[in-house]
Each structure stands twice: as structure tokens, then as C-alpha cells.
Ligand binder design. Sequence first.
Ligand SMILES: *Cc1c(COP(=O)(O)O)cnc(C)c1O
Length: 246
Amino acid sequence: MNELVELIRERYQSTLEVIAGAAKRSGRSSDSVKLVVATKTQTLEVVQAAIEAGAKILGENYPEEGAMKIQSLHDFSAVEWHMIGHIQSRKAQTVALNFNYVHSLDSLKLATRLDRFCGEAGRSLPVLLEFNVGGEESKSGWEASDETVWPALLSEIDALLALPHLQVKGLMTMPPLGTIAEVSRPYFQKLRRLQEYLGSQFPQANFEELSMGTSTDFEVAVEEGATLVRVGTAIVGPRVYKKTED
Ligand SMILES: *Cc1c(COP(=O)(O)O)cnc(C)c1O
């Protein structure tokens, strides 16, 4: 067995154990939380090793990089590919045609485009709505830091829920990057309150999934109700950024 696979397998398993412990403490079963392994910037070799090490869901941030990996690794047909990064509207088709799930839906315009391309391809795409509950330091998602703006979100969400080829499954957030897990807790709690609020406003809809938590704070996220955590560096190691050309 290859060393890289072994190393990733150990980290993957210990992440699952931490998740199971946190789920148990919050009165839930460990299979109520899914582990998304975030592999942006990682080479095909690393992504394949993660799959061989047991990863069932891979999270990618850049549509083209993700699509290339999906096509190259399509023999591993049992894995799911989730889009977790910001999507520019002009990349909507790449996402709609390649990914199984989108965590980072952050505008009605993008939703409308994804819906159109899914419709043309005869697909249906599960999506999460991304909210910024972290104030000025975070940039992505519908601005929802201040609860007084929540009612103003409802008309766009209402329109989005009517799109026939998107299945809204829940909410996602990416709090300000930090190194101390407890700092994220109030943001996770706020996303959960927003989930309850949207559930009360749209009783016909389904917002049961909560995607929150990364390497630094996934344990806290699970304690606060996460059903999907997105863990990268703690499993596959540091990201490999190429030098930009200048
Ligand atoms: C990179 C990324 C992650 C994983 O972050 P790590 O610190 O590597 O665990 C999770 N979510 C999103 C949206 C990301 O871009």
C-alpha cells in the first residue's frame, strides 16, 4: 500500500472519529454528518489517493480544475463531487454539467443560470444557499450577518425555490478564517437560527442540510448541527498554490 494513501487514510479516519464524538455529544448519530474532503489545488495523484483512502465526497473550489479532476477520475464513479467555492456566472455551465452538488449558491442570477443548464442537460442539481453570517471579514454569500436583514432575503429565496431543476437542500457558510475554533461557534449558531427562520417562512421547502466547518473548526460545527463538514488540509495536507504568472 502506497504511503500517501496510508497517511491520508489515517487522517481521514481520525477526522471521522472526531465527527462521531461531536455528533454523539450533540445527541445525534455519526451518520447524520457527511465528510467532504476539500481538495482544491491538490494534484490528481493526491485526489486519487484520497479516494483510495476512503473519501466518498470531494469538494472543489474552481469549476475548471474540478471538472478536469472529475473527468480524469471518472472510473471512481461512486464518489460525489461537490462545488464549494464561489462560482462566477459564466462558469455555471461547467458546474451544472460536471458536479453532483453545489454548496456555494449565492445569487438568484447564478441560480437561474444553473437551472437553465441543468434543464438543458436533463439533470437536477441539489444546492445549498450560502450566507455570510460573519460580517465584513467574509465576502461570499448573501449578506445575513444582521438578523434585521433576513426578511429582505425572502423574495429572492422564494424565486429560487421555484426553479424546477434545482433542489434546495439547506444552508452553507464560511466564517472569517481563523485558527481558534470557538471563534466560529456564534457564526454556526447564527446559520442555524437562519435555517429555523427560513424553515418557518417556507414550510413547503427543505432546508435540513447545514454545511459548515473546516479543518480548524469542524468539531464545533458538528456540535452546532452541521450535517456536512468541509475538511481539506487536516486530511490531504497543505494546499499547493502555483505561482501566478506576471
Ligand atoms: C478550502 C475550503 C475548505 C477547507 O479548508 P481547510 O482549512 O483546508 O480545511 C472548506 N470550505 C471551503 C469553502 C473552502 O474553500
